[in-house]
Write a protein that binds this ligand. Structure first.
Ligand code: BGC
Length: 406
């Protein structure tokens, strides 16, 4: 048997997002859901807005010491410029509940959903959106500054969100098209930069120097992006094209914002063979390791993506990595194989600070509805009963030992 030890202080946890677990949200996504069949409507989700303490008891029992969740902008600012203090108080209690259980909160300020009034103004196509978003971010951080040290401005805004709303438009979309895709990405970059500086000001930290690659303070404000592993092929030209795609797909947002972030949040799920000119061209053969999302899962890919990201010289948290597997047949293997490669990356010098499995709970999987089951914990959607899956206990052992035994 081989024991792979993780660095001292390495964080173990899981992640969720507001719209996927809270229930009863009223935002641009829930408006869109009204046009879809019932199984694609979030409804009460996991009812975590009310049951968060139960969820955190479970996370604690699974030896987790970090938890990533998001704040629902539409609840905090239901009308433009009018903040709901009672809701803010709710989130203060959520953070307290985590702290009481010895779990560090990591908060995402924006995870795909917008207040309806903001969407009606064009969302991130609106030229004032950076200021509007920053006003909200500032309000939230002002209220939580003493209790939270890890902030994320945007979740997968550049890669997944901009593409799914503006290019393929398989998500709620106003103003589809390539020009809008670019415009949205420019505004989100501005919004991130502005919010980053405001948050740092709240903590009394001077803005980052332009040439800095370091972290400016022990309060860290990061960006989360979804990176796929795009392998080389046997063919020179396809390899060149893939490398270009890899640059544009995985690094553009990080590059654009250098050095205005303190850590990188990596969401890694699968491999992408684009462009593809047939299986015989591939170095990495077709992977069979996949479940409910029809993704080509390739654990070694996380190693390459981490190595690639290390060029930005920032600490990295794996903010999402998971498998939709309601029968819980492959989850343990999935987690262990990915962690084996995370360990290897750390061993080879990449500064990885923590691993957060996606997700703590079976939740509302956006356009896919409730079919894919990513949770360490199964949810009965009628009774909201929580049931810990066997693989969660295996992950709990790894977290407790701070080591993976193979
Ligand atoms: C998102 C999550 C989503 C997960 C699985 C990520 O792209 O941040 O909200 O549930 O992938 O699809």
């Amino acid at each position: 048997m081989q024991e792979l030890k993780f660095p001292e202080g390495f964080k173990w946890g899981s992640a969720t997002s507001a719209h996927q677990v809270e229930g009863n949200n009223h935002n641009d996504w829930s408006e869109w859901e009204k046009t879809r069949p019932p199984e694609f409507q979030s409804g009460k989700a996991c009812d975590s807005y009310n049951r968060y303490e139960e969820d955190f008891d479970i996370a604690k029992s699974l030896n987790q010491n970090i938890h990533r969740f998001s704040i629902e902008w539409s609840r905090i600012e239901p009308k433009e410029g009018k903040f709901d203090h009672e809701t803010m108080h709710h989130y203060v209690n959520v953070v307290k509940a985590l702290r009481e259980r010895g779990i560090e909160p990591m908060i995402t300020l924006w995870h795909f959903t917008n207040p309806i009034w903001f969407a009606e103004k064009g969302g991130f196509l609106n030229p004032n959106s950076p200021e509007i978003f920053t006003r909200y971010a500032k309000y939230v951080v002002d209220n939580l500054r003493d209790r939270v040290g890890l902030w994320i401005t945007f979740n997968e805004a550049f890669t997944v969100y901009a593409g799914f709303t503006k290019l393929s438009a398989i998500w709620p979309s106003r103003g589809r098209g390539f020009f809008n895709f670019l415009k949205m990405r420019i505004n989100i970059t501005k919004a991130h930069t502005l919010a980053y500086r405001e948050i740092k000001k709240i903590y009394g930290v001077p803005p980052m120097l332009p040439e800095s690659t370091l972290v400016s303070h022990n309060v860290m404000v990061g960006i989360v992006e979804n990176n796929v592993y795009v392998p080389d092929t046997k063919n020179f030209f396809t390899t060149k094209m893939r490398r270009l795609y890899r640059q544009l797909r995985n690094f553009y947002f990080f590059k654009k914002n250098v050095p205005i972030y303190d850590f990188i949040g990596l969401n890694y799920y699968h491999i992408s063979k684009k462009p593809s000119f047939g299986e015989k061209n591939e170095i990495v053969p077709k992977q069979k390791f996949m479940k409910e999302m029809n993704w080509e899962i390739y654990p070694e890919g996380i190693y390459h993506v981490l190595k690639d990201l290390s060029r930005f010289k920032k600490p990295i948290f794996i903010t999402e990595n998971g498998i939709a597997d309601g029968k819980d047949e492959l989850r343990e293997k999935f987690i262990k194989e990915h962690l084996r490669w995370v360990w290897q990356a750390i061993h080879d010098g990449v500064d990885v600070r923590g691993y957060l499995y996606w997700s703590l709970l079976d939740n509302f999987e956006w356009a896919e509805g409730y079919r894919p089951k990513f949770g360490l914990v199964e949810i009965n959607l009628e009774t909201f009963e929580r049931k810990i899956r066997p693989s969660a206990l295996k992950y709990a052992k790894i977290s407790r030992d701070n080591a993976l035994t193979l």
